[in-house]
Each structure stands twice: as structure tokens, then as C-alpha cells.
Ligand binder design. Structure first.
Ligand SMILES: Cc1cc2nc3c(=O)[nH]c(=O)nc-3n(C[C@H](O)[C@H](O)[C@H](O)COP(=O)(O)OP(=O)(O)OC[C@H]3O[C@@H](n4cnc5c(N)ncnc54)[C@H](O)[C@@H]3O)c2cc1C
Length: 474
């Protein structure tokens, strides 16, 4: 008898090891491995330009690992699946679950339609340690604050699933298909993404190599070092995790296998922040578009295209902010501490809506992730579930002095300030004329004057915030 033909639909799980749906699919028969680019259902949440660049290279790496048998398509997934099912007499479709509201809605509808046609659809959890509906308070409602979510919820829940090995054999069905990777058009027409390649080794192997480097060099100083952007103490796993080149389970068990320490514990708690974002998105499908705290609907945001452009280009005249925005532009990534600094500057000192920041990050971050990005921006803006209070305004000068004390990070991304002594590097506008001259800095020419006064803009933000105090939360 001929073996059954089944489909494994790769989505945010672009790997072979610890892939529960793929492992189950290969046990059923010959597998057609597919990826479908679905911009129509994604609508406003279609992938940004940087993510598309990553996706292209990740699909290429996956195709190599599958001996060139990955089939790519674009368009309506139900139509693609139904065509394949008819042409190849497919018996079952396997996938790992995605949790973006648009994907959940789409997948539920595909599952219902295919099930009616007697096609078996099997879905698995391949991208979260716990399902987003699994960790709840004793009364069954979801946690709104991270610390109890992690300490009382995650740490007392069933242990995450242990990682699965790579399937021993991969019986793949070869089919013909007119669409190839290049025709998905994921790469930009201008070559702005070329420099990203220096910083990333995309694909499953690249993810594991980078994580091993983190285990060897970063983990032992993670808790403290993760706040210092010049150091190499963070894992750099976020884009790999987003595209599922590695699973959180693999990371969780790899660090746990190294024993117990504050660094290991802290790394696991950061993985849990990702889980928290996903559970927030699951319970609040409007997280990307609506303030969780409704009183923020009345916040008097400013509109200022000039300020927004200066922020986007790393030309605000505030070195710590500009270094972060330039890191993002040059590498497709920004260190977490600096994401908080640039975010606070945008929503508080510039008083531009958090949606402006969220949109820019969505387009430019290689790890742009609907749950993490929206939850983090709501946190920064003060309107989220477990948000930084609005009155806590990060001061980018003192943040720089504290977390980039030697100015290494600023000098890496703002070479024109390279010769300024540390004393003035974080606030060049305070430097005496002679010092600026010696460092070859002409404010307003070689480097911008600050676009806002930090003290006055902070006061204006607090004043604007005070208008919300009178509004009672529904
Ligand atoms: C304004 C803003 C926007 C952000 N947007 C995104 C985004 O689009 N995609 C994204 O993955 N992260 C986002 N983050 C969270 C965080 O900055 C990144 O996950 C982290 O910097 C990734 O670097 P890393 O992998 O080296 O982190 P590590 O410190 O090595 O952490 C390991 C993993 O834990 C998770 N993690 C760590 N910190 C956080 C956090 N604060 N929230 C949620 N998960 C976390 C990530 O999956 C990360 O890869 C955002 C943070 C801010 C402040």
C-alpha cells in the first residue's frame, strides 16, 4: 500500500528539532512541507520590511535542511491547502499553533472547513512554554501583573514540555510548484538590509550556534550585564524565537541543565515575559490597537512629523536615544534597555503616540512580534496591564551614564561624538565650547542640537498626565 500523504504547514516554527507537529506528521506518511505567505488575512499586521528580509533567509535555510523540498506559496491558505489536498490525495494537515488574533481566527475557520471535508487537521503547541490560556489565578481569571504570573503561575504550573529531538527520518514527498522563494518578493529592492547579514546567522543552526555562544560568554553575567548595551550579555534569540528557528522549550531546558543561579533564573523569567505578552494578547485581542487602560484614550498626544522623523533617524540630539535608533537601523535589533529609553523619550518627552513607535519598530525590527511589541509599547506608554507608571520618565542622560558608563555603546553608533570626553558624551549641549571644538563637534552641524529640552518636556508630560487623573477607569 502507498504511504499516506500529509502536509506539514510551517508557519512560526521554521525548524526541524523540537517541532511537535512535524514529528507527528512524519509518523503518518510522506510529508509535503509547505510555507504560505499570507498578507491578505494579516491585513494591518502583515510583516514589516525587516521581518520579510529575515523570513527570506530563514526559508532558504529551512529549504536546505529539507534537501530542497520545501514548497512555498502565497495567497489564501485555504485555497492553497485545498489544491494540494485534491492534487496529491492528502489525508491530513499538521501545524503548530500561532496566537496572533488574525491567525487564530483564520486557522479555526480552515480547521472547520477541512474537518467537514474529512481531512484530519492536527495542531500543536510549538512556540510557547505554556498555552496562553493555561496560567490563571486561583479564581480562573488571567494575571494582569507579571511577577505573580511568573512566580505564582508559571513556576507552580506543569513543567514545560521537554524538547523533542529532530525526527530520525524525514520522508518527504516531492511535488512540483510554480512558486519559488524569490518570487515571494521578500527581499527589499534597495539594499538597506545588507549590513544586517554581518550580525546574524539565520536559520536553525545559526540560532543554536548563537545560543551556545551566549551560554559560554553571556549567561554567567546575565542578570547585571543584560542592562548594559555595550556588553555581549544577552542571547540575541528574539528573531530566532519569533520565527521559531528555536523553541523556548529548547532554551528553557538548555539553561536549566546548567544548574541553578540568579542568572539562569533571570533568563527563564525573561522567557516568561514573552509568555506574559502572549497571554495578554490572547485575552486582549485589541492589544495592538487599543489602550488597555481606557482613560488613555483621552491622553493629549502631540503630532509632530519633524520630531518623529528625527527620532526614527537617530537625529534627536540626545546621544543615548540616537545610538539606539541607529543600532536598530544598522542591525535590525535594539538592546532591551535602549528600547525602553527610546520608547520613553518618544511617548513622554516628545509626547507622540505609542502607536508611532510600535509601527516603526514593526517595520524595522527583525524580531517584530505582535504580542511582545504591543505589550511592550503599552508598558512604556503607561497604558498597559502591568505598565510603568506614566510619571516615571526615563532620563536618557542618567540612563546612559548608568548603563553605558564608558560610552562604548554611544561611540559605536555615533562616531561623530567619538572624541568627546565621557563627562559630556551623554549631554553634549552641556559641554564648554572649547571641549566641543577639541572633539571636532559642532552642534547643529556635525551632530544635532537636542530637539527638546529634557527637563521642560518631562514637566509637560507630567502636566499632560495630570489631566488623566480626574478620569475614572471604567
Ligand atoms: C518598546 C519595546 C518593544 C519591543 N518589541 C519587541 C518585539 O517586537 N519582539 C520581541 O521579541 N521583543 C520585543 N521587546 C522585548 C525585548 O526588548 C526583546 O525581546 C529583547 O531585547 C530581545 O533581545 P534578546 O533576545 O537578546 O533578549 P534576552 O535578554 O536574551 O532574552 C531572551 C528572550 O526572552 C524574551 N524577552 C526578553 N525580554 C523581554 C521583554 N521585555 N518582553 C518580552 N519578551 C522578552 C525574548 O523572547 C528574548 O529573546 C520590546 C521591548 C520594548 C521595550
Amino acid at each position: 500500500m502507498k504511504p499516506a500523504i500529509v502536509i506539514h504547514w510551517f508557519r512560526q516554527d521554521l525548524r526541524l528539532a523540537d517541532n511537535p507537529a512535524l514529528t507527528a506528521a512524519v509518523q503518518q506518511g510522506a510529508v509535503i512541507p509547505i510555507y504560505i505567505l499570507d498578507d491578505d488575512n494579516a491585513g494591518a499586521h502583515a510583516m514589516g520590511a525587516a521581518s520579510r528580509w529575515w523570513l527570506h533567509h530563514s526559508l532558504q535555510a529551512l529549504n536546505d535542511a529539507l534537501a530542497g523540498k520545501l514548497q512555498v506559496f502565497r495567497g489564501e491558505p485555504l485555497t492553497v491547502l485545498q489544491q494540494l489536498i485534491t492534487e496529491h490525495k492528502v489525508k491530513a494537515v499538521y501545524w503548530n499553533r500561532c496566537y496572533e488574533p488574525w491567525r487564530m481566527q483564520r486557522d479555526a475557520s480552515i480547521k472547520a472547513t477541512l474537518s467537514e471535508q474529512n481531512i484530519s487537521v492536527k495542531s500543536y503547541n510549538g512556540s510557547l512554554l505554556w498555552e496562553p490560556w493555561q496560567i490563571n489565578k486561583k479564581d480562573g481569571t488571567p494575571y494582569k501583573v507579571f511577577t505573580p504570573f511568573y512566580r505564582k503561575g508559571c513556576l507552580n504550573a506543569e513543567l514545560p514540555r521537554s524538547p523533542l529531538p529532530m525526527p530520525e527520518s524525514l520522508p518527504l514527498a516531492k511535488i512540483s510548484n510554480d512558486t519559488d522563494l524569490a518570487s515571494l518578493g521578500l527581499l527589499p529592492t534597495l539594499n538597506w538590509a545588507d549590513p544586517f547579514s554581518e550580525h546574524w546567522h539565520i536559520g536553525e543552526q545559526g540560532a543554536h550556534d548563537r545560543f551556545q555562544q551566549f551560554l559560554d560568554e553571556g549567561l554567567s553575567n546575565y542578570k547585571k550585564g543584560r542592562d548594559e548595551p555595550a556588553l555581549n550579555c544577552v542571547s540575541g534569540m528574539s528573531p530566532h524565537l519569533h520565527f521559531g528557528e528555536v523553541s523556548p522549550n529548547q532554551l528553557w531546558y538548555a539553561v536549566r541543565s546548567m544548574g541553578e543561579s540568579v542568572n539562569i533564573e533571570h533568563f527563564c523569567s525573561e522567557l516568561a515575559w514573552r509568555e506574559f505578552s502572549y497571554q495578554l494578547l490572547y485575552h486582549n485581542p485589541n492589544l495592538p490597537t487599543e489602550n488597555l487602560q481606557k482613560k488613555f484614550d483621552h491622553f493629549p498626544w502631540q503630532q509632530n512629523a519633524g520630531h518623529l522623523a528625527a527620532w526614527q533617524r537617530g537625529q534627536t540630539g540626545i546621544p543615548m536615544v540616537d545610538a539606539g535608533m541607529r543600532e536598530l537601523w544598522q542591525t535590525g535589533y535594539m538592546h532591551n534597555r535602549v528600547r525602553m529609553i527610546v520608547g520613553s523619550f518618544l511617548v513622554k518627552n516628545l509626547r507622540l503616540s505609542w502607536h508611532e513607535g510600535e509601527r516603526w519598530f514593526w517595520d524595522t525590527l527583525l524580531d517584530a512580534d505582535l504580542a511582545n511589541n504591543s505589550a511592550s509599547w503599552q508598558w512604556i506608554a503607561g497604558c498597559g496591564a502591568d505598565a510603568a507608571p506614566y510619571f516615571r520618565v526615563f532620563n536618557p542622560v542618567t540612563q546612559g551614564e548608568k548603563f553605558d558608563a564608558q560610552g562604548e555603546y554611544i561611540r559605536r553608533f555615533i562616531p561623530e561624538l567619538g572624541k568627546l570626553p565621557n563627562k559630556y558624551l551623554f549631554a553634549p549641549w552641556q559641554a564648554p565650547a572649547e571641549i566641543l571644538k577639541q572633539a571636532g563637534v559642532v552642534l547643529g552641524e556635525t551632530y544635532p542640537q537636542p530637539i527638546v529640552d529634557l527637563k521642560l518636556s518631562r514637566e509637560a508630560a507630567l502636566e499632560a498626565f495630570s489631566t488623566l487623573k480626574a478620569i475614572s477607569q471604567p
